[in-house]
Design a protein around this ligand. Structure first.
Ligand code: AMP
Length: 207
């Protein structure tokens, strides 16, 4: 199973990716998580990416494409993968096609989680993330429901950054819907539903 998850920030890509990984044992490849780890560890990539991320802008394609090329070659990705947050531009999607060709792999689906904009804004502003294990929760979670870690608000989930992230999505990432439609890979899913219902629809659509 090789799948791309598309959707605006806050559409539930991370949550659905984790459920797919639990069910199918494939690799969860989240460029956002990889970049946040790089920032935390103060690596060269982290230092290059931080200012873009803080502003809610996209990190340059060249950095992300190199990161993804290395990640797709790792052992766990050979069992299949869920790409969460990549590609985010047409240039990244074209590069992904080339990388997969070189690896003798192909995509089975590009799942687009669709959701009303007002729900997205509400979700992003109330979203909290475990500083220890990355579990996604809400402002009602006093501590992480999974590991007990501290739940924090991502800097880019603060109100001043949310609007920019949504503008960036509309301008740079939404065109990928047409890109994958053109490849006959697009699977639209209604994200305005309970998490488990979204997952049930998603599973039915890809199985
Ligand atoms: P996410 O957790 O997927 O919302 O990503 C958080 C931030 O990381 C984004 O707002 C971007 O700054 C950066 N980022 C993640 N994935 C990509 C990507 N594929 N291309 C460019 N920037 C990315």
């Amino acid at each position: 199973m090789n799948i791309v998850l598309l959707g605006a920030p806050g559409a539930g890509k991370g949550t659905q990716a984790k459920k797919l990984v639990d069910e199918f044992g494939v690799a969860h490849i989240s460029t956002g998580d990889m970049l946040r780890a790089a920032v935390k560890n103060e690596t060269k990539l982290g230092k290059q990416a931080k200012a873009y991320m803080d502003a809610g802008d996209l990190v340059p394609d060249s950095l992300i494409i190199d990161l993804m090329r290395d990640r797709l070659s790792e052992d766990d990705a050979q069992r299949g993968f869920i790409l969460d947050g990549f590609p985010r531009t047409t240039a990244q999607a074209v590069a992904l096609d080339t990388m997969l060709d070189e690896l003798g792999k192909s995509l089975e689906a590009a799942v687009a989680i669709e959701l009303d904009f007002d729900i997205i804004v509400e979700r992003l502003s109330s979203r909290r993330t475990c500083s220890n294990c990355g579990t996604i929760g809400s402002k009602d979670d006093v501590s992480c429901p999974k590991c007990g870690g501290e739940m924090i608000q991502r800097d880019d989930d603060k109100p001043q950054t949310i609007q920019n992230r949504l503008d960036v999505y509309a301008k740079q990432t939404a065109p990928l819907i047409d890109y994958y439609q053109g490849q006959d890979l697009l699977v639209p899913i209604n994200g305005n539903q309970e998490v488990d219902k979204v997952f049930a629809d998603l599973k039915e659509a890809i199985e």
